[in-house]
Unconditional design. Sequence first.
Length: 160
Amino acid sequence: MNLADFLAIILGLAGLVGCIVPVLPGPPFTWAGLLVIYIWGHDAGAVSPTFLWVWCAIMIVVTVLDYIIPAKFTRATGGTKAAERGALVGTFVGLLFFPPLGILLGAFVGALVGEIIANGKDFPQAIGPAFGAFLGFLLSTFLKIVVCFIMMFYIVKFAV
């Protein structure tokens, strides 16, 4: 294994971590691993330009959907921007204080608190949007993980 292969695997692993840790852009990191294999990989031609562009498009779509899905789920369940922002803040707080479970619970609790504080909703009214934010977070995270695992499979396949 050469330095390029090692770097590609590190980027792929960082991308997988980034699927869960909101600070790191998961799919772009993993795609960067494919790019490293394309540019400096030891097996010239292992990754074609078409392959790279297709995965770039998939990476962009998944990254955009990561922002859209939680917002749509939150709004579909009666939530407002306060629930969306609360879910984001809750995710970060959960990550810092109670990883990894705190990430999941933080999104739910953050959306719940956001609806209660910003919109004066009572607890039963705020549960729906909080659950929507939680489900949206789970779905978008699952989508990122699937895409990054597939790209990671190719990184390992081409690097080893």
